[in-house]
Design a protein around this ligand. Structure first.
Ligand SMILES: Cc1ncc(COP(=O)(O)O)c(C=O)c1O
Length: 362
């Protein structure tokens, strides 16, 4: 089997794969209502929230759109804090729906600076919401949401969080950190295939919903809430992925969130130490290096394309390249979800063999 080490889709445990072989059921029947209610309750535990959590069918980007269109109106001023590709995408969605973006960009590889966010909020009192990526998958940086959220709270703004590649892997206590809408995707730390997006919606987000004027239909949170009260989703859900999630959540709760978070931290350290021991350097500021994805800078004549090809063809190790301006400049190792120290040690061993073949000289 391939050692799939991209930051999503992630490997799926056998019992979860088997759950998807289950025959279809009526998504408007009692059997599905029971599954949906159980899955939602388990998600709330892992989101560490008492707020509403909805299961929507779509990819992560759809969840980001949902966060925006349910809380904002055209013309609203939005502080967009970005440290990479996915932060920019979040801002583009808001802009497309007519929000006025106030960009606060940080150099790729660095984390967002809490004081700069404070200054931006002070400078423009009309800002309604702050958009932030908790874990920027394109650069391997985890923003310090523990401190950023308290500044956003101090200024009483809405906090919309892309936690697609962090929730369920890196600690993110949604209620304690005052996240108003938090978005994650099934293909990341949740150990199931792509197809579902899970979102939490705070009371404050519901207040924003009541005046938000952006157009919405498919992603309408009120429809999701209304149907959930009947044990349904407004539209036909990706049933097989829900079956899968029901099993993976069971596994996650059995392991326990603190243990999952600790395992991700351990595995990430093995990756970082391993990469450095090979003479490579990390792209991300190590203080903020992500525990779900490690970005490695190309150096010493390394041909990343060639390296990934040899790794894939001769070692069955699949790594990700860099996105947009980082294409050819970094490669990324995904280590989220169903992952152990041995999985990533195998990556480091394969890299040791392949790096010289791909032109790398220390
Ligand atoms: C942080 C982050 N945001 C957004 C996305 C987009 O999610 P999707 O590709 O599921 O639409 C991803 C996916 O890689 C991501 O890692």
């Amino acid at each position: 089997m391939e050692n799939l080490r991209v930051p999503g889709p992630t490997p799926v445990p056998t019992e979860v794969l088997q759950a998807m072989a289950r025959p279809m059921i009526n998504h408007r029947g009692p059997e599905f209502a029971q599954i949906l209610n159980e899955v939602t309750a388990k998600l709330k535990q892992l989101f560490q929230t008492k707020s509403d959590v909805f299961l929507l069918t779509g990819s992560g980007t759809g969840g980001l759109e949902a966060a925006i269109v349910n809380t904002l109106s055209p013309g609203d001023k939005v502080l967009s804090v970005t440290v990479g590709v996915f932060g920019e995408r979040f801002a583009s969605i808001a802009e497309q729906f007519g929000a006025e973006i106030i960009p606060l960009r940080f150099e790729w590889g660095k984390a967002a600076d809490t004081d700069a966010i404070r200054q931006a909020l002070q400078a423009e009192p009309k800002i309604k919401a702050v958009l932030i990526t908790h874990n920027e998958t394109s650069t391997g940086v985890t923003n310090d949401l523990a401190s950023i959220n308290s500044v956003v709270k101090e200024f009483d703004k809405l906090l919309l969080v892309d936690a697609i590649s962090s929730l369920g892997s890196i600690d993110l206590p949604v209620d304690d950190w005052h996240c108003d809408v938090t978005v994650t995707g099934s293909q990341k730390g949740w150990m199931v295939p792509p197809g579902l997006v899970m979102v939490s919606v705070s009371q404050k987000a519901w207040q924003a919903y009541s005046t938000a004027k952006m157009p919405r239909f498919y992603w309408d949170f009120a429809k999701a809430k209304d149907y959930l009260e009947r044990g349904q989703t407004p539209w036909t859900p990706a049933l097989s992925i829900v079956f899968a999630l029901s099993v993976s959540l069971e596994m996650m709760l059995e392991e326990g969130l603190p243990n999952i978070v600790a395992r991700h931290a351990r595995v990430a350290k093995v990756v970082r130490d391993g990469v450095k021991s090979l003479g490579l350097s990390l792209f991300a500021d190590e203080k903020y290096a992500s525990n779900t994805v490690t970005a490695v800078a190309a150096s010493g004549g390394l041909d990343i394309k060639k390296m990934r090809k040899i790794l894939r063809e001769e070692h069955q190790v699949v790594l990700a390249g860099g996105q947009q301006s980082l294409d050819g400049k970094i490669f990324r190792i995904g280590h989220l979800g169903w992952v152990t120290e041995d999985d990533v040690k195998a990556v480091i061993s394969a890299l040791k063999v392949v790096l010289p073949q791909a032109g790398f000289r220390k």
